[in-house]
Write a protein that binds this ligand. Structure first.
Ligand SMILES: *[C@@H]1O[C@H](CO)[C@@H](O)[C@H](O)[C@H]1NC(C)=O
Ligand SMILES: *[C@@H]1O[C@H](CO)[C@@H](O)[C@H](O)[C@H]1NC(C)=O
Ligand SMILES: *[C@@H]1O[C@H](CO)[C@@H](O)[C@H](O)[C@H]1NC(C)=O
Ligand SMILES: *[C@@H]1O[C@H](CO)[C@@H](O)[C@H](O)[C@H]1NC(C)=O
Ligand SMILES: *[C@@H]1O[C@H](CO)[C@@H](O)[C@H](O)[C@H]1NC(C)=O
Length: 307
């Protein structure tokens, strides 16, 4: 159990910034430019700082009509998010020759089932993750093919050598140790072996701070700085929702009931963690800000005050 938690920490620390293509044609507003400037200041990028400063001449839209002018793009982005399964992290995708040749032997083994080996990789992965979703306590799935197992080849009705094994703990790559080696067809038969072993686990995210409830995320969209209930933004030194909770609770933000913690990624070079605060509770459908000019939003998670 201790080992699994350690793994979770290590894996979560590898933050992957999925920088999207910049599709926004809108310039930064002054409030956004100030945020960009603060991120760059933090990392002293004077080149970009000059660019950000030059965009501050754009007016600060605060009215409902300026929000409406953004809504088509934002609605498009929202549609993409809702259609996308984002709750599983790929530990290894099956193509690595070393990791891919061993099945997972890890704490918290639950069950397995045989899934079709005649479908595409993505269809098989979807079937395996659906199985995990519908199995109580499932956190991780190991999808692989086992060669030279007579049960799979001859006995089971599926006639498929692709298995989906489920686990209740977050696995480590070092748990990929079962390489087969059993002569299941008889003493002089070829030993069984594993190919295409892939591991996926649910990303449960960081701890939810006391007094708050997780609303959405991780997502590549945050609640807009133009939202009518927007109060303030602040940079924090690490990606920890408790830091935002602290700010939302402080005496300067007495009307704060909701915050969004996200990574501001400036042209995939400079990043910082931002807390944005709001005076009204928000849901995933309110998180519509993705990329604006040089600013890209990743790792966005929303939290509502629950007490
Ligand atoms: C600052 O940003 C520019 C433009 O993206 C980039 O070329 C440069 O490497 C950055 N410098 C630092 C110190 O991050
Ligand atoms: C698996 O990962 C490798 C390396 O990251 C990548 O090149 C490959 O396209 C991936 N394959 C699938 C099926 O996702
Ligand atoms: C699927 O699994 C069956 C049973 O093990 C095997 O006979 C067949 O060759 C496999 N097909 C593919 C495409 O891997
Ligand atoms: C913030 O306020 C909530 C509700 O009053 C409380 O439960 C929580 O402990 C506070 N958190 C911090 C970090 O101050
Ligand atoms: C509230 O804001 C003032 C002025 O910016 C600042 O000096 C003070 O430290 C803030 N208080 C808290 C609790 O952050």
């Amino acid at each position: 159990m201790k080992l699994s938690l350690l793994c979770l920490g290590l894996v979560a620390a590898v933050c992957s910034l999925s920088a999207k293509a910049d599709t926004s044609t809108r310039a930064l507003s002054s409030v956004e430019a100030a945020l960009v400037a603060a991120v760059l200041n933090l990392q002293s990028n004077t080149t970009l700082l000059a660019t950000a400063a030059s965009t501050t001449s754009a007016s600060t839209p605060t009215s409902a009509s300026s929000t409406a002018s953004l809504s088509r793009r934002e609605r498009y982005n929202l549609g993409n998010i809702l259609a996308k399964r984002s709750d599983y992290v790929t530990l290894t995708n099956g193509t690595n020759p070393i990791d891919g040749s061993a099945a997972l032997k890890a704490p918290g083994y639950l069950t397995y089932k045989v899934i079709s080996n005649t479908t595409t990789y993505s269809a098989a992965k979807a079937a395996c993750l659906n199985y995990c979703d519908s199995t109580k306590g499932c956190i991780a799935a190991n999808m692989y093919q086992e060669i030279n197992n007579p049960l799979l080849d001859l006995v089971f009705s599926e006639k498929s050598n692709r298995k989906c094994a489920l686990f209740s703990t977050v696995p480590c790559l070092s748990g990929l140790t079962n390489r087969g080696g059993q002569r299941l067809y008889g003493n002089n038969s070829p030993a069984n072996y594993i190919i295409n072993s892939a591991v996926f686990y649910k990303d449960n995210g960081p701890a939810t701070p006391p007094g708050y409830a997780a609303s959405y995320g991780p997502s590549t969209e945050a609640v807009s700085l133009f939202d009518s209930s927007f109060l303030d933004w602040q940079l924090v030194p690490s990606y920890d929702p408790a830091l935002c909770a602290n700010i939302c609770n402080d005496s300067n933000h007495t009307s704060c009931v909701f915050f969004d913690i996200w990574t501001a990624d400036i042209q995939s070079r400079n990043t910082a963690t931002v807390c944005t605060l709001y005076s009204a509770a928000k849901t995933a459908s309110d998180a519509t800000m993705s990329n604006v000019d040089v600013l890209i939003v990743t790792n966005s998670r929303g939290y509502s005050r629950s007490t």
